[in-house]
Design a protein around this ligand. Structure first.
Ligand SMILES: Nc1ncnc2c1ncn2[C@@H]1O[C@H](COP(=O)(O)OP(=O)(O)O)[C@@H](O)[C@H]1O
Ligand SMILES: [Mg+2]
Length: 378
């Protein structure tokens, strides 16, 4: 029997829950050609949400096309342009041959080279000569609008893991190029999304940054507790296993309603459950998961400086006033300025989430493991 929970992949069809308001917002933005910036910590469901909106819109509107570009593995401008062109061609032509015939209309200053994989119809990549590309990147950035107009379609460009633009040699220059091309586009629409809230919020909301006021900014939240409880019960029932709403609530609660970890934890509990879930199975599942991930967590912790580690110990002990003299002393955190730097570093490593006045471990499982190892009371 298949595990009725999904994690590590985009959630779709009956494993995609809630997000009704967000779907509506995003769809309305797309239909209205409004660019959107979607931000949340990693694994809260951005990719799943955009994917869901795309599949709903594709079913309803024959003139819409979506192009997905993931910056996860892209480190420089050249790779970006190549991935961008490949994604745009794939979304707007049935076959690459169509494109070769038409391509000159859209790109005149650059000569694309096609490399083929196992399935030459769908599996291909475009590359360009770097020297030409350096001069004519703008042509590539304008491709979506040109193609949209020529083919009378509405192309929506979705760029995932947008925070990775920080790895480019000159991120600011790249952002300026993107912004100056895309702000002129009337038909094609852009959805940029990623994690590292402060960094992305800065890109989009800081007046001195190129993407300032580029579009509508949405901060995605976690999924509400009651949605999780209903979902967990439903998925157990479907596979002829039983769970009470108290225990389903316990699963979501222990993972703080974190989308990825609720799914992972529910899958682990489900595997240990023969017919009826019990509290001791949930305890066991948590122990198993912590054990399973402990090497990874240990490695992550090994990469921290002593002061960063001390900061996490204070956080694990529910300290709230990190800059008080007492905390600085008892956890050996150095100066107040030091605490600021520690916070930024831990946020950049995506270990903690700083939002408003709250500081939290991003990953609830890491939180449990950390407390067991370093606080011992747990
Ligand atoms: N709407 C949803 N319904 C159910 N599970 C979800 C939903 N959104 C996200 N998840 C869970 O969270 C995981 C991470 O989602 P993903 O969309 O990849 O997040 P992000 O793009 O923000 O990193 C998914 O694999 C799934 O387990
Ligand atoms: Mg994602």
């Amino acid at each position: 029997m298949e595990i009725p929970f999904i994690f590590g992949k985009v959630a779709q069809s009956n494993q995609f829950i809630n997000r009704e308001k967000e779907i509506k917002n995003l769809r309305l933005n797309f239909e209205s050609h409004i660019n959107t910036l979607l931000i949340s910590p990693r694994r809260w469901g951005k990719s799943s949400l955009v994917n869901e909106v795309a599949s709903q819109m594709l079913q309803r509107n024959k003139r819409i096309r979506f192009s997905f570009i993931d910056l996860y593995a892209i480190r420089d401008e050249q790779e970006f342009y190549q991935a961008f062109t490949t994604a745009v061609i794939k979304a707007t032509s049935n076959k690459w041959e169509d494109w070769v015939g038409n391509g000159k209309k859209f790109i005149s200053k650059l000569i694309p080279r096609f490399q083929f994989g196992i399935d030459p119809v769908n599996d291909f990549r475009v590359s360009f000569d770097w020297k030409d590309l350096k001069q004519n990147g703008e042509e590539i950035l304008n491709l979506p609008e040109k193609i949209s107009i020529e083919k009378n379609i509405h192309l929506i460009i979705c760029i995932d893991e947008f925070q990775n633009i920080a790895h480019f040699e000159d991120p600011l220059v790249m952002q300026k190029k993107m912004r100056s091309a895309w702000q002129k586009h009337q038909v094609s629409t852009y959805c940029l999304y990623g994690s590292k809230r402060h960094m992305l919020a800065d890109i989009f909301e800081n007046k001195s940054m190129p993407f300032y006021k580029f579009g509508d900014t949405l901060f995605l939240k976690k999924i509400g507790h009651t949605h999780w409880v209903d979902y967990i019960i439903r998925q157990f029932n479907k596979t002829n296993k039983k769970i009470t709403s108290e225990l389903a609530s316990e699963i979501a609660g222990r993972m703080e309603n974190h989308p990825y970890f609720v799914q992972l934890f529910a899958a682990t509990v489900w595997k240990l459950t023969k017919t009826k879930c019990m509290k001791k199975i949930i305890d066991q599942a948590l122990d198993d998961l912590i054990e399973q991930y402990s090497i990874m967590f240990q490695r992550e912790t090994d990469s921290l400086t002593n002061k960063q580690l001390n900061f996490l110990k204070a956080l694990a002990n529910n300290v709230e006033k990190f800059s008080s003299k007492e905390t600085l002393m008892s956890y050996n955190l150095g100066s107040q300025g030091n605490v600021k730097r520690i916070k930024v570093a831990l946020e950049n490593k995506e270990i903690i989430d700083l939002w408003g006045n709250t500081i939290e471990f991003i990953d609830p499982l890491f939180n449990y493991w950390f407390k067991r190892v370093y606080v011992k009371r747990y």
